[in-house]
Design a protein around this ligand. Structure first.
Ligand code: NAP
Length: 216
């Protein structure tokens, strides 16, 4: 019995990830913790509506063989850097801590290109701090995915990202800024699944390498 536990399941990467896990015969159960319903029904899917501000009410649900976080927000959506950090650090760290406490052996995290705990850029700093602190939890296997710009169909289009995608496609096509090249959310999800299934050693995977993570 292989159980995956997912947060961020309604997002670009998370939605693709849940679809891939449900279609994958190597996973028997997919448990998602969400603040709003995914709208999906599937025999393998268990959905829990939770309040991420109250980890004590959901931490016992984070049990299984592999935990995946594809959660995140933007400063614009959250309203401030402090509010963004609650989603991009606090909720995800609480999830990782619960997974560790409950004996989950593997954790896969969508981080970002440029993640660096010492960065002067707030977003890169919070991503780097999360990577650093989850690393310190000492999972048997911890996989970090660092996409540049995520591409794919969103429920709500983000004009800035569409614009950035067009520019970055041009620049990275010239062979520079390889780790910022746009990548499909589904491709990041595929790399997460492959890494977890491969049971290989802990790894940080840059955007370029996301394209080449071999199937497990
Ligand atoms: N977008 C990019 O170009 C880009 C580039 C590099 C790295 N990343 C990182 O990659 C990860 C996945 O990105 P994505 O574009 O797939 O994300 P997304 O489409 O924006 O989805 C984010 C997920 O996080 C959840 N979430 C956001 N705020 C929440 C809150 N306050 N409480 C509970 N859940 C909340 C969303 O739930 P709801 O549906 O309920 O809002 C959704 O499931 C994120 O960590 C992001 O920072 C993104």
């Amino acid at each position: 019995m292989t159980t995956a536990i997912v947060i961020g399941a309604t997002g670009l990467v998370g939605k693709a990830l849940v679809g891939q896990l449900l279609d994958d015969a190597r996973f028997d159960q997919v448990v998602v913790l969400v603040r709003r319903a995914t709208g999906r029904t599937h025999a393998k899917l268990t959905e829990h509506l939770v309040d991420f501000n109250k980890p004590e009410s959901w931490s016992q649900l984070v049990k299984g063989d592999a935990a995946f976080s594809a959660m995140g927000t933007t400063r614009a959506q959250a309203g401030s850097v402090a509010a963004q950090r609650i989603v991009d650090y606090d909720y995800q760290y609480a999830f990782a801590k619960a997974a560790k406490q409950n004996g989950v052996p593997a954790f896969a995290l969508v981080s970002s290109s440029g993640a660096n705990a010492s960065s002067l850029v707030a977003y890169s700093k919070m991503k780097g701090e999360l990577e650093r602190d989850v690393t310190a939890l000492n999972f048997e296997r911890f996989y970090v995915l660092r996409p540049g710009l995520l591409a794919g169909e969103r429920e709500k289009s983000r004009t800035g990202e569409v614009f950035a995608e067009a520019i970055l496609k041009g620049i990275t096509g010239l062979g520079v800024l390889r780790d910022w090249r746009p990548i499909q959310g589904a491709q990041v999800a595929r790399a997460m699944v492959n890494l977890v299934v491969s049971k290989g050693p802990s790894r940080v995977v840059g955007a370029g390498a996301c394209f080449t993570v071999a199937a497990g």
